[in-house]
Design a protein around this ligand. Structure first.
Ligand SMILES: *Cc1c(COP(=O)(O)O)cnc(C)c1O
Length: 393
């Protein structure tokens, strides 16, 4: 199996971790070849996650923007409200197959932690989630949600006490508990084979979308748009279309308060090639060449690295990476809510913001598919608080 995407990816980890990664790769390759594994995965995607979800023609939004036809791939309708559950179900089935009894995971705001705790509850596995202590403070309800699902949440107070540090601690904990523990990574990042594995478990998004657009429009879309944090929902949609050269593909990252400020998470736009969390990829660095703190209104896009395949797809020019600011995302979130009765996650709203710019420039026979990666229930309180103290940009 290929361990890199062009120059990007690889395994930049200590030797003990290599052993664990090799065991994981062997198990993953064997599972992919076993039809009963695929059958079980499909069973849970249908009966538990609730797939397939619709590819919905957003007629009101399209007409109000006055250009291309916009379709929404409704990952927000999945159990737990986002695409993350596709990956956690896939990886936990692999953990079960490997005979592991416990899973550990990192989480930032808690979305991946909740998806992991959900899958662990379903399969009766012991579950421990590492979360920065600052994030725990900010996300008390998600901590409680994970605890309701039976998980133990362990605070990480080292470094900046946020996601990046939680990943480091989770990897170390994994190395110490290899015999019975599976590390369930939340995005298309980390050392090989994680980016390829997460890509594999998220491919269902693009496979469904392709069949659905062919059924509804009898042709492929002109554009795909997805938001990019680590890049799992984006690669989940994009991969099936990469060989279709007439399909333009756009990834949208978070510009936070603006790429001219130092409060952004614009890894693809401003990052440099470097190593983070076991992979060679693009990373936001400070003037000293160290990993820089990043910022976005959206916790899910607030990551200083990006999946290595995205760095490669940018370099080859197959995918175009752009950015949307906090302000643009918030406006897009309100727009979709008002026009379609769908409140998107603030992460997803970055992808919608790009469609708001693009659609009016296209004729109305063009088709855009946006990956609606998650629902916005979790963000309503933050939007309410913004109303109270309007953002300055
Ligand atoms: C976590 C999350 C993201 C960002 O993660 P990716 O791996 O880049 O997909 C995007 N949207 C939603 C709703 C999320 O929960």
């Amino acid at each position: 199996m290929q361990t890199q995407f062009g120059r990007f990816g690889g395994q930049f980890v200590p030797p003990q971790v290599i052993t664990a990664l090799n065991e994981l790769e062997t198990a993953f390759e064997a599972a992919k070849k076993d039809p009963s594994f695929e059958e079980e995965f499909k069973y849970y995607l249908k009966q538990y996650v609730g797939r397939e979800n619709p590819l919905y023609y957003a007629k009101n939004l399209s007409e109000s923007l006055g250009g291309a036809k916009i379709y929404l791939k409704r990952e927000d309708l999945n159990h737990t409200g986002a695409h993350k559950i596709n990956n956690t179900i896939g990886q936990i089935l692999l953990a079960k197959r490997m005979g592991k009894k416990k899973v550990i995971a990192e989480t930032g705001a808690g979305q991946h932690g909740v998806a992991t705790a959900t899958a662990a509850a379903l399969f009766g596995m012991e579950c421990e989630i590492f979360q920065g202590s600052i994030d725990m403070e900010r996300q008390r309800l998600n901590v409680y949600r994970m605890e309701m699902l039976g998980a133990k949440v362990t605070g990480v107070s080292q470094g900046t006490a946020t996601l990046s540090d939680a990943v480091d601690v989770a990897i170390n904990a994994w190395v110490e508990r290899l015999d019975d523990t599976f590390y369930l990574l939340g995005s298309a990042v980390g050392p090989h084979p994680f980016p390829s594995m997460v890509r594999y478990f998220q491919r269902v998004i693009g496979e469904e979308a392709k069949a659905q657009i062919l059924a509804q429009e009898n042709r492929l879309p002109d554009y795909l748009i997805a938001c990019v944090g680590g890049g799992s929902n984006a690669i989940g949609l994009f991969q099936t279309f990469l060989a279709d050269q007439d399909v333009n593909i756009i990834g949208v990252e978070a510009a936070g308060k603006g790429i001219q400020t130092n409060q952004h998470a614009a890894t693809m736009t401003l990052g440099k090639e470097s190593v983070i969390h076991g992979m060679n990829t693009k990373v936001v660095l400070n003037a000293q060449g160290d990993i820089s703190p990043v910022y976005s209104i959206s916790a899910g896009l607030d990551y200083p690295g990006v999946g290595p395949e995205h760095a490669h797809l940018q370099e080859t020019g197959r995918v175009n990476y752009v950015h949307a600011s906090d302000k643009e995302a918030v406006e897009a979130m309100y727009l979709l809510s008002a026009k379609e009765g769908i409140i998107p996650a603030i992460e997803t709203a970055h992808a919608i913001a790009e469609a708001v710019k693009l659609a009016p420039t296209l004729s109305n026979d063009k088709i855009i598919i946006i990956n609606l990666s998650g629902r916005g229930d979790k963000d309503v309180e933050a939007m309410y608080n913004l109303q109270e103290s309007p953002q300055k940009d």
